[in-house]
Structure formats: structure tokens, C-alpha cells
Design a protein around this ligand. Sequence first.
Ligand code: CP
Ligand code: NVA
Length: 299
Amino acid sequence: MTKHLIDISDLTLKEIRQILLLAKKIKNNPLKFKNLLENKYLGMIFSEQSARTRLSFDIGMKKLGGNTIEINQEAIGLGSRESDSDIMNTLSQYIDCLVIRNINHKKIKLLAGINALPIINGLTDYSHPCQILSDTFTIEENIGEIQNKTICWIGDINNVLRSLVEASKILGFCLKIASPEQILKKHKSFIRNISSKRINFFDDPVKAASKGDCIMTDVWVSMGDKKSNNKKKLFKNFQVNDKLMDYAKSKAIFMHCLPANRGQEVTDSVIDGKKSVVWNQTLNRMYVQQSILQYLINT
Ligand code: CP
Ligand code: NVA
């Protein structure tokens, strides 16, 4: 059966643990794995901008002895020149796996449903599974096993958060989410359907950050959102600054998937401060994605 990674909820706890374990082994001894994906090809379709996801997949695949090819969606006529099924079956004759960054989550699910080759979600308007698998790795590397830790999300209800919610349900960590009342109202059906005692919502960032082990944030306007200045106003009290960090545990870490809007969701002093692990977080994308590639291509 063709495996895909579209959402964290596609994975079992055992599979997540297997991916994180191999990522650790690769990080500890990269040369041992230099031929792991020899003669394998990863195709990459980025319909939206990306620095970290694009480069960490590209370099990560090559460091495992594999090859990559960036495919221009328009150049191959995806969605316009022939049926989705014919183009996916065509790609599968040449490449072993395909990572797609595309606003439209439904479209990526539809392409995966063709089952022609393994497909990885490299960020949609709905979720960012690679980011959160890798962030789990970074959290465990910095503060130990994630289960029973309290992760605090200060910000929008967006693609990255949805993957974090799915991870919380599987891995069993507590998640405190702070977002403005208007945003909570807008997403009330999503919130109602979560039904996990470990996941709680607040309209007060201080309550969410209190005694947290990890404070996480992201941009206020995400991929696929309509640009809105109103959001800046709505989120003005939800900035992660030194004062807010002080409510978390003294050994708490700060995380941001990047790119950041410095001075909006986070201050320079926090993102560049001692508690920030953002560069470690950026680096770890590569090891976890190398492990995801092995899981999808070779097992
Ligand atoms: N965090 C992340 O996915 O970064 P890019 O958008 O640069 O890929
Ligand atoms: N939520 C952000 C994540 C970027 C990696 C966005 O969608 O723009």
C-alpha cells in the first residue's frame, strides 16, 4: 500500500516514535546513513514560497544519497493538461516520492488518494505535519519526553496549530492555546470537535503561558488567509515578549516555525534570547524529514 504524510493523524504513536528515533540516529551519525536513499528521487512542487521546507528536503534527501528535482506545476500542466491521475501515474514512473506545498489541502488529499506514489504535505492552509513532527523532536531534545509537558500556543488558529492539536492527541502532551475571543468564536466548531481534556483554550495569553514548558507562536496571517490589517489589531495583546515568557517555567523554551514577523507576534529579545531554540528547530527539520522520507520510500 502506498504511504503518505498528509496529516499527523495519518500516523500511529508507534509510527511517530519510529520516525523520531531514526531522526535521532541520523542526527547523531549522519555518515552512517549516507547511502540510505541511494538511487531514489524526490520530486518537489512548491506552489508557494518556502525556504526551510524546500531546503531541508532538498539537502536532506541528497545527504542520504538520494536525488531531488523541483517540478514547476505550470510547466508540467498539473491540474490543466491531463487528468490528475494520469499526471500522478506519470510522475511515479520517474520519482519515488513527491512533496507538495499547496494552499489547497483538499487537492493534496485528492492527489494522495490516487495512490500512485507517496505524497508529503509540505504545508497547506489546513496543516503542517512535517513542522510539528520536527518540533516534537526539538522539544524532546531540549526539555525531555513530550508526554506530560505543557506546550503553550500563543497566536492564531492556523495550519501549524492544527497539526499541533493532532500531535497532542496522539503523544499525550498538554496544550494550552491562547487566541483572541473573536478568533475562538470563528473556529468554534473546530474547538468543539477536539474533545480532549489535555487541550484547553484561553482568550488571555498570560493564562495560557503560565507554568508552560514551551511557548510557541507563529505569524498572525498564514498562507491562504486573506491579508487583513484587522488581525494586527486583534492580536496586539498576544505578542510573545519577555514579560509573557516570565509566566512560563524558568527553563521554558521559545519556538517559532519561521518565518517570523519580528515586532508583531514576537519581540527580538525573545526570538534572539537565551530561551529561544529557533535555529535548532530549523536545523532539525532536515533530520526529521530525512526520517520521513525513509519511512515513506523504504518501509
Ligand atoms: N517553517 C517553514 O515551513 O518554513 P518555510 O515556509 O520557509 O518552508
Ligand atoms: N502559518 C504559517 C506557517 C509558515 C511556515 C503560514 O501558513 O504562513
